[in-house]
Each structure stands twice: as structure tokens, then as C-alpha cells.
Design a protein around this ligand. Structure first.
Ligand code: GAR
Length: 189
């Protein structure tokens, strides 16, 4: 049997992309490979990481398309042609639309740097830090039409009582990389 094929969507640094690609390479994610990196920000650092791992990238500017469905159709067609079985959102800062949900619904997962349903949105770590929580965390969930709202698949708590947000971010990212690799491996098993 061939390897299971993953697509990873990212908008920024791509540290989670790298954790997943490395997880496939090392065998921590068994019998799987990342066949596509989808990125909506030309110049994002994730593209360098994809190149380093020899992963094909599809990079696009949303503004160049009339509607979300137009670029999502192109992405879904490409994923169909590559035989993608699981879509992993990893810092893809965009709500998934009806075209992708219609064609890949139930096969899209997202990672969020908070214990959902607390602190949804694009600035979860900062929001939780400013709120003054003592236990932070990471959530992996199914993606549906709501913002950070689909069924929860896995979570891990990250206790932190210090005052250094950069140190906190580093702790949360470390927890993300471990949880995403373990969770993807379980989903595929
Ligand atoms: C990660 O912390 C991820 O959980 C977050 O963006 C970061 C991307 O980092 N996603 C969200 O906030 C989604 N609402 P990375 O590019 O280094 O993987």
C-alpha cells in the first residue's frame, strides 16, 4: 500500500508544517507523506521550509480571485489530482469556505493555540495571556463552517505562570508540534 497523502495549509512561519513533514520523514507519523503545502501569503517562511523538505507548494494571492470558491476550487482540484486524504490546517489564517468543505468535509483538521472553546480567533495566545489564565493549551479539531468550532479531537494543557509572552509562545509551539504529530498519526491509523 502506498503512503497516505497529506496537504498542509499555512499562512506564516510554518513551524507546524515542519513538525508534520519531519514526523512523516522520521516515521513518527507512520506511512504518510506531505505532498502539498498550500499558502495564501507569497513570501511566507513556510515556503522555504516546504522547499527544504522537497514538498510541492501551491502559493496564491486571495485578492487575485473574484471569490473564495474560485481559489478553493483550484486547490481542491490539485488535491484530487495528488490523492490527498487528509488536510491539516497549520496556521492557515482564513475561514475554510463551502467549496473545500463540500469536497473535503470530514477530512480537514485544524490546530489552535488555546483550550477551545476558550480564546478562538487569530490572537489566542495574546488574548489568554492578557486575560491572565494560568493553564494554556492546544486544541486539534475538525473543521466546519464555524470559526474554531468543529468537534474536538485532542487537547493538551500547558501550565504557565510566568510573565514572558515569548517564553509562553515557545512552550505552546513545542506542545503543538508534539500533539499535531501524535494526533495525525492516530487519525490515519
Ligand atoms: C500556530 O500557533 C497555530 O496554532 C496558530 O497559528 C500558529 C502558526 O504557527 N493558528 C491559529 O491561531 C488558528 N486560529 P506556525 O506557522 O509556526 O505553524
Amino acid at each position: 500500500m502506498g503512503k497516505r497523502k497529506l496537504a498542509v495549509f499555512a499562512s506564516g512561519s510554518g513551524s507546524n508544517f515542519e513538525a508534520i513533514a519531519e514526523g512523516c520523514r522520521s516515521g513518527a507519523i507512520v506511512d504518510a507523506e506531505v505532498v502539498l503545502c498550500v499558502c495564501d501569503r507569497p513570501g511566507a517562511k513556510v515556503l522555504e521550509r516546504a522547499e527544504r523538505f522537497g514538498v510541492r507548494s501551491f502559493v496564491f494571492s486571495p485578492k487575485a480571485y473574484a471569490t473564495k470558491s474560485d481559489f478553493e476550487r483550484e486547490i481542491a482540484d490539485l488535491m484530487d489530482s495528488l490523492g490527498v486524504e487528509l488536510v491539516c490546517l497549520a496556521g492557515y489564517m482564513r475561514i475554510v469556505g463551502e467549496e473545500l468543505l463540500g469536497r473535503y468535509g470530514g477530512k480537514i483538521v485544524n490546530i489552535h493555540p488555546a483550550l477551545l472553546p476558550a480564546f478562538p480567533g487569530a490572537h489566542a495566545i495574546k488574548d489568554a495571556f492578557e486575560y491572565g489564565v494560568k493553564v494554556y493549551g492546544v486544541t486539534i479539531h475538525e473543521v466546519d463552517a464555524t470559526l474554531d468550532g468543529g468537534r474536538i479531537i485532542s487537547q493538551v494543557a500547558v501550565p504557565y505562570e510566568g510573565g514572558d509572552i515569548e517564553e509562553l509562545e515557545a512552550e505552546i509551539h513545542k506542545a503543538e508540534h508534539k500533539l499535531y504529530v501524535e494526533t495525525i498519526n492516530k487519525i490515519l491509523a
